[in-house]
Design a protein around this ligand. Structure first.
Ligand SMILES: Nc1ncnc2c1ncn2[C@@H]1O[C@H](COP(=O)(O)OP(=O)(O)OP(=O)(O)O)[C@@H](O)[C@H]1O
Length: 237
């Protein structure tokens, strides 16, 4: 399988605290990879280092065989990103944000279609500031998909979404995965990880506790579902 993301021995410390410790992983084309861990475990920092937003102290990360820091422009034609904190200009409307982003890409996705798929068409003319938390979250997912990416990073994919919207997002991502999209996600919802991820890694205080397919990760524990297994890893190790 063609490797899309390769991470080797990535480490980062702030002061004396090591927040990411010697993490290595690789993700093949069309795979959905989930990074799981409690608040503060180092998930966002790991994503930011892969994307070249933060500099690792040790190790390296490549997307399509290139370091993001050095090849930002060419890489980001093919990479979509949804980060937890997305700030927008004051009073900007939903369709303006989508339009402004679309013009940056050679072959952007049709944002009107995406708004429709995520049931946000009725918010098109609304200021982003006036959106509900869930609507804002959906918009950030749409923005990550506007580049028509080959690989996409979702940090806390469906946080703040109601159960129906969460299922809709899952369905859409499964559809995009079938078309070859590679997905790196973090989530605090084990049901979501089970439904979407081909492979997982669970981290605690920046260190890997386990990695494998959902079945493997559950199988290494004494439990039969991911949530119980996850909690077991967190306490046992
Ligand atoms: N610039 C910084 N300076 C100091 N500490 C930082 C900095 N950025 C992150 N940290 C710390 O690094 C640790 C890892 O943070 P990170 O955001 O990667 O965790 P996370 O797993 O994404 O958490 P969450 O699930 O809450 O989003 C946290 O303890 C955080 O406080």
């Amino acid at each position: 399988m063609k490797k899309i993301i390769e991470v080797s021995n990535l480490s980062k410390r702030y002061g004396t605290k090591e927040v990411v410790s010697d993490l290595s992983l690789s993700i093949g084309k069309g795979e959905v990879f989930g990074l799981l861990g409690h608040n503060g475990a180092g998930k966002t920092t790991t994503i930011e280092m892969i994307l070249g937003i933060k500099k690792p102290d040790k190790g390296s990360a490549q997307i399509f065989g290139k370091e993001a820091r050095k090849h930002r422009k060419s890489l980001f034609e093919k990479v979509g990103v949804q980060l937890q904190v997305t700030s927008f200009q004051n009073n900007i409307h939903v369709d303006e944000v989508c339009e402004e982003l679309s013009v940056l890409y050679q072959e952007p996705a049709d944002y009107l279609e995406l708004l429709e798929k995520f049931n946000l068409s009725h918010c098109r003319k609304q200021p982003v500031d006036g959106l509900s938390g869930g609507e804002r979250q959906k918009l950030s997912i749409i923005l990550a998909l506007i580049p028509n990416p080959e690989v996409v990073f979702f940090d806390e994919l469906t946080t703040g979404l109601d159960a129906k919207a969460r299922r809709e997002v899952w369905e859409l991502l499964i559809h995009l995965k079938k078309k070859g999209l590679t997905i790196f996600l973090t989530t605090h919802y084990m049901e979501e990880a089970s439904a979407l991820c081909d492979r997982l890694m669970i981290i605690k205080k920046g260190q890997m506790l386990t990695t494998g397919t959902v079945e493997e990760v559950i199988g290494y524990s004494p439990y039969e579902n991911l949530e119980d297994a996850y909690l077991w890893y967190m306490e046992e190790k």
